[in-house]
Design a protein around this ligand. Structure first.
Ligand code: ATP
Ligand code: LTN
Length: 335
């Protein structure tokens, strides 16, 4: 019997997950978990590329873990862990630093966006961050990386680094991963500025539906979504606010765009907003409740994460040993 391919994904503990994270990423991991051998982790090493307070970082890390489980990740099937618990991520990142070009990193749009918002002191970590992401992916012989559209470029870079390494040593040390980007939900936009993606680091919370917002807050944000001054409900790029609400509905209901557009023939923007708010609340509230319960029993949650880290470490160590011997490092004691 063919063993299952490996799927891997991750989320940053920079705030509570938002609707974009859920519809663009987490919902797909849950959907795909039975088809693949899966690794899913909370990337705290990535989160510190921008300043974090210690209290928020640890709170957001456990919140993200509970959220993933509440959304349906099965910890028996999926290896769920915290990135800093598996030190091999940082170790491989150094090696890959030596196989990545400065120019490649400078072309990353996420770096350009974030550094332009960071003022004068831009951490080097923000620049080299995609190398840590490449290390996350390559450590586990990953085939499939389900992410939102914003991460396509980072997965492409990972492919380039892996191919370069394999060519340099004339061996297939790394599997070349593929991004898996779902159509609807792949890029949920900010409700106040539908030309920018919904983001944890948005300046204004009004455009971001956090998955732990109260039903009232969600409703207020969605009803207050910026739309144009027209009235016809059509799916086109020049009506980004309306398009975004339709995308949210498609991602939740799995209906086609056409079906939803047809349903709103002759109806007003207000109808679309009220229905979208209702769908989001119905999807989010049960997850919220479940996440709340999981967080009440922190010991069990932490046990799941420790157990995941141990399984992850075994795989990661094997890959790293293969890389070290390929490079020509003399084996240390016990290795
Ligand atoms: P930030 O924007 O502050 O960097 P983020 O909101 O992108 O953070 P991450 O934790 O880095 O959040 O992303 C986790 C997953 O969610 C990734 O797979 C990413 O592609 C996906 N994702 C993030 N934002 C969106 C969005 N607006 N629409 C769809 N998917 C998204
Ligand atoms: N860079 C991603 C988070 C991330 C990730 C990964 C996603 C870190 N490592 C590995 C998929 C696979 C982000 O900013 N959304």
């Amino acid at each position: 019997m063919k063993t299952k391919d490996i799927m891997l994904s991750a989320i940053q503990p920079t705030s509570y997950p938002h609707l974009g994270n859920y519809l663009g990423a987490v919902k797909n991991w849950v959907k795909l978990q039975d088809q693949y051998r899966s690794y899913c982790f909370i990337v705290d090493l990535h989160a510190i590329t921008v300043p974090q307070t210690p209290e928020n970082l640890s709170l957001n890390t456990l919140n993200a873990a509970a959220f993933n489980l509440a959304a349906g990740l099965n910890p028996k099937e999926v290896t769920l862990f915290i990135q800093s618990h598996v030190k091999e991520h940082a170790e491989l990142a150094w090696i890959l630093n030596c196989f990545t070009y400065f120019g490649e990193l400078g072309r990353m749009t996420q770096f350009k966006d974030k550094s332009s918002k960071s003022g004068e002191n831009i951490g080097a970590g923000l620049f080299t961050y995609p190398i840590l992401m490449a290390s996350d992916i390559l450590l586990y012989d990953t085939k499939i990386v389900p992410v939102g559209e914003d991460q396509r470029q980072h997965v492409e870079l990972t492919r380039n680094i892996a191919t370069r390494f394999n060519h340099r040593f004339e061996k297939e040390i790394f599997i070349i991963p593929e991004p898996r980007i779902q159509g609807s939900g792949a890029r949920i936009m900010d409700l106040q500025d539908p030309t920018s993606k919904m983001s944890k680091s948005a300046q204004n919370d009004k455009g971001v539906v956090f998955m732990n917002d109260s039903a009232k807050e969600m409703e207020k944000k969605i009803k207050g979504a910026v739309t144009d001054s027209g009235s016809e409900i059509v799916y086109t790029p020049d009506k980004p606010g309306i398009k975004n609400l339709i995308d949210i509905q498609v991602a939740i209901t799995q209906k086609s765009i056409q079906e939803i557009v047809d349903h709103y023939q002759g109806k007003m923007y207000g109808h679309l907003k009220v229905d979208t708010a209702k769908l989001v609340m119905e999807e989010a509230m049960p997850i919220q409740e479940k996440a709340g319960q999981l967080l009440k029993d922190k010991d069990t949650l932490i046990d799941i994460l420790h157990d995941g880290a141990e399984r992850a470490r075994n795989h990661a160590r094997e890959t790293l040993d293969r890389v070290y011997s390929t490079i020509g490092f003399v084996p240390g004691k016990g290795r």
